[in-house]
Design a protein around this ligand. Sequence first.
Ligand code: SAJ
Length: 429
Amino acid sequence: MKMDNKGNNGMSANNGELGVISVIGLGYIGLPTAAMFASAGHSVIGIDVSQRAVDAVNAGSPHIEETGLSELVHRCVTSGRLRATGVPEAADSFIIAVPTPVDHDSHVPDTSYVEAAARSIGPVLKKGDLIVLESTSPVGTTRLVAQLLAEMRPDLSFPLDGQASPDVHLAYCPERIIPGRMLVELVENDRIIGGMTAACTKKATTLYSSFVKGDCLPSDDRTAELCKLTENSFRDVNIAFANELSMICGRLGLDVWKVIQLANHHPRVNILNPGPGVGGHCIAVDPWFIVAGAPEQSRIIRTAREVNDAKPAYVVQQVVEAMQDRPGGRIVCLGLTYKADVDDFRESPALTIARDLSERFPGQVIGVDPYIDALAHSGEPVGDLILGKVDDALTGADLAVMLVPHTTFRGLRPGKNAITIDPVGFWRA
Ligand code: SAJ
């Protein structure tokens, strides 16, 4: 997308009538969204509890890596359309984009950040405001926000009992953007607009149509909440199918990539790629929100999660068995991020595998990734892993395991005597 030197994308000449937009949470979703609204001509205030995030945005150099984001934020801040602060201020629209984690063991979703964000804007709300929840959330969370605010602000009406024209409007509008293409997909993807009433949907549609070129699809809050979870669960189930197939092929001594390639010639079959497991903060997490809401009905979704979560241990076992022939040998793990060509280590199966191996083979395991610098800032533990450089990664390797097919790995080939383990099919003929 082309921008002019004021940070405008040329899609909306005058958005003054929409007033000030406040985006709560300047993370992977909130910051690109805030910048996109600012570039469409809105006046945007970004709110974050992290002073580091606030300072980085105000300095025009964002704390997260995403193609084109740095330039866009810099232009928006310089033009005066975007600024960040730690404390919510009055605005006309509020977009909540804070994390909704799940408990690691119980898999119960934690909506406390959404609730805290809602409470933080309670005091500055006024008649006519719109609140949009973007965080991936269990079904019913938008309503929960409305209830919580209705208790805080009895002087204002909320769309809880189907009231046609409440003082404050609420909608659930999930994003569907993929890291690496966020700025393009924010504009081009279709978007579900789930208002708590028809008037809420209309108001939120007006807001998003100021920069979204895709269709704004009207819906209601609960349907929209489940749609977001459904999309990521669909992908998780399909990746689980590919991962299960790879383990079946391992057992039967067949090449999974050949099986998939041939099966995909069927006009109605499209098997995804097996890998070391499923990572990231979305696909590996969101299906649990459905399971928590309807446990007895979510048998496939739960099993798919379990299949994908079991894949890293399968890869570790492959390495352990292969290393029986090379006691004391050097193991090189190629790629540590959650997927190729992103600097994100959240829920990374590659990092789990490398760390697990480093504990089983202390002093023998080298982890290599083009985004290794970001690993230090990520706060993810690395165990006994020795971090190495991409250039000389494979020198002296007894075993190389390709975990993430980063573009920069193209051309890397282990020596003739090295054992290769390749769950992503990088070195397949
Ligand atoms: N993966 C495989 N095999 C595949 C495809 C992916 O093993 O064939 C793995 C990846 O390596 C990674 C994980 O799955 O570990 C997830 O990667 P992804 O590219 O499928 O998805 P995310 O988590 O980066 O982004 C997803 C997207 N959702 C869908 O594709 C349905 C994105 O559109 C959402 O906006 C995002 O989740 C989100 O924020 O929810």
